[in-house]
Design a binder for this molecule. Sequence first.
Ligand code: OGA
Ligand code: FE
Length: 301
Amino acid sequence: MTTTASLPTPAHQLSTPSTTTTQPKQEDVNFQGLPIPRGPVTAALSFYKAPEDGAPPHNYVEPAPGVPQRNWGDDWEEVTLNDLRGSESKFTLDHNAFDTYQNIQSAEHDFTSDARIKEVYYPEVEKLLLDNIQGAQRVLLFDHTIRRPTGNRNPVTRVHIDQTPLSAAERVKLHAPDDADALLAGRYRIINVWRPLNGPVMGFSLAVADSQTVEDEDLIPIEHRYPDRNGQTAAVRYNKGQKWYYWSGMGNEDRLLLKCFDSDETVGQWGRVPHTAFRDPRTPEGAVGRESIEVRALVFG
Ligand code: OGA
Ligand code: FE
């Protein structure tokens, strides 16, 4: 025993990692050491339930005191969500109305000042879209939303699409009044660029339904009442033909693109992606709450 201790260690025994280690791999845990939920999962999603009284459905963006925020209900359905992680290249904006990008750097880290977000982050998003979206000639970023457990915006746990064909055209008129006619005559898309601010995402991931599996008749226009004007969003009826996905453990350098509208009906039949955050039954206790930003873009050409 004592004699072997003095012998030099053979080189092949010097490396420490072993293939039989029981330590979790780096990418399996977050910075808290908690396991990142991955792979297929069954979760309850909230779909559209028509108003009991047969009235047309509406939302109030800022409901007056005592006024219900909406006049329509929830249809909770258990849905299987497949994990996009590892299959990213199978999905495109044209065919499925969503897409994924990885290893995207940003010079903005705080996301606490709207002015800085517009100055630093907006140009990065614009470049991402111009460089990657086929045919894109011009990008107009018109809105962003920060969601933080400590802020006033939370994850949206209801299946929806941000715009309808009607409100997409209204957005063009609202944000590009001077050349709206010319722009409306060409191709225009509305695309949200979504990313976490404190990835990897451990809960309330965004789920997306492949546009190809969504029937037009399951999309219900909802009058979206702002204090000064009415817009329109779409609610979504459950249909067992819908195929749902999420992108596990999204990191700060991941970007999920959601196409809410495309005026070119020959591409993926009016591609539009129903989406919702979902409560993941696997989220470990004590995991950090999801923080995210989504930037909304009109993409012309
Ligand atoms: C969106 C959206 C909800 C969320 O980006 O359009 O609906 O929970 N986000 O982040
Ligand atoms: Fe949305």
